[in-house]
Design a protein around this ligand. Structure first.
Ligand code: PSU
Ligand code: MN
Length: 305
């Protein structure tokens, strides 16, 4: 184990006993939702993982340590500090560690730290991808490269249409990342169940997710697997309403000249404002839904000999 990695006692005990563990990210806490809903949601997500038979490992960089398993106080700290904590992607880790600094982990860095710790299943809300207009801006999330190289199953609710979904799928295909629809042939688009794009495969059970992932790692095929789990019908938002808010948010972002790592947090906050908070309520529900599936899948993985 490298000297920067720090597992909580509970996570360490579960991993060494071969019990299921689910990784959770912290950018969604510090940058993805406002305080105090971010902290409340993070704790509810952890509880959902427990209720479904696995141990949660909220991942973050704290004081120059790669933490797998944050305690309540650490989650409160990440939530209260919010945007003041560095949004940490792969390129940020080296300097943050050298400076003994803090970082909120994105999908990318949560995958990196989960893999170091030996955690194979990770639940979140949405991943980064190819942004609209990437032909000009080159804005392609490091999350896609991480999925191409790090062996972690990422369970999300698909990708938002702040991204170019078609180009995101093309990129994942090029990189050899399987895109699975859980109980659906259609790629879900985060707040809504519909995108008009197809996934590569539909899988209907946690067991088949687990066996597919194990087959991949058994063969030494590098990289992860992207599982897209549609938001439950009762919480999903009408596509035209969310699309309108997203288009308006992107226009505003361009007008203000916002670029780089600020894009995703800006768009999330703007969409929330434009939908009068409906998008936040949907966001919370879809994360809980993903946490449940991740716990069941992590448990199924532990059953495979
Ligand atoms: N999408 C969301 N909520 C989030 C993110 C994405 O709905 O909080 C976060 C995740 O941590 C993801 C990151 O890994 O944004 C992607 O940022 P970027 O586009 O800058 O790579
Ligand atoms: Mn980007």
């Amino acid at each position: 184990m490298n000297k920067y990695l720090s597992l909580s006692p509970e996570v360490e005990a579960a991993l060494s006993a071969g019990r299921p563990v689910v990784a959770l990210e912290s950018t969604i806490i510090s940058h993805g939702m406002p305080y105090p809903q971010n902290v409340e949601t993070a704790l509810r997500v952890e509880q959902t993982v427990r209720d479904n038979g696995a141990v949660p490992a909220t991942i973050a960089v704290i004081g120059g340590k790669l933490k797998a398993g944050c305690n309540k106080d650490e989650i409160e700290y990440l939530g209260q500090k919010g945007q003041a904590i560095t949004k940490a992607s792969r390129r940020d880790l080296s300097v943050l560690l050298a400076r003994k600094a803090d970082g909120a982990t994105t999908v990318t860095t949560t995958m990196i730290i989960a893999a170091m710790a030996g955690i194979q299943v990770f639940a979140t809300g949405g991943i980064g991808g190819v942004h609209q207009g990437a032909q000009q801006t080159f804005d392609i999330s490091a999350d896609l490269e991480e999925l191409a190289q790090t062996p972690v199953m990422v369970i999300c609710a698909g990708a938002k249409s702040i991204l170019d979904l078609g180009l995101t799928l093309e990129y994942l295909e090029t990189k050899g990342v399987p895109v699975i629809g859980y109980g659906t042939d259609e790629l879900p688009a985060f707040y809504t169940r519909h995108s008009g794009f197809n996934v590569d495969y539909r899988i209907d059970t946690p067991e088949e997710l687990a066996v597919s992932f194990r087959a991949k790692t058994d063969c030494g095929l590098k990289g992860g697997m992207l599982v897209t789990n549609p938001i439950p019908e009762e919480y999903s938002m009408p596509k035209h309403i969310i699309d309108k808010a997203i288009n308006e948010a992107i226009k505003e972002m361009d007008r203000l000249g916002i670029r780089g790592k600020q894009c995703t947090p800006f768009l999330l906050a703007k969409v929330k404002e434009l939908t009068g908070g409906d998008s936040l309520a949907a966001n919370i529900q879809l994360v809980l839904n993903n946490a449940r599936l991740a716990a069941l899948t992590a448990a199924a993985l532990c059953q495979i000999r």
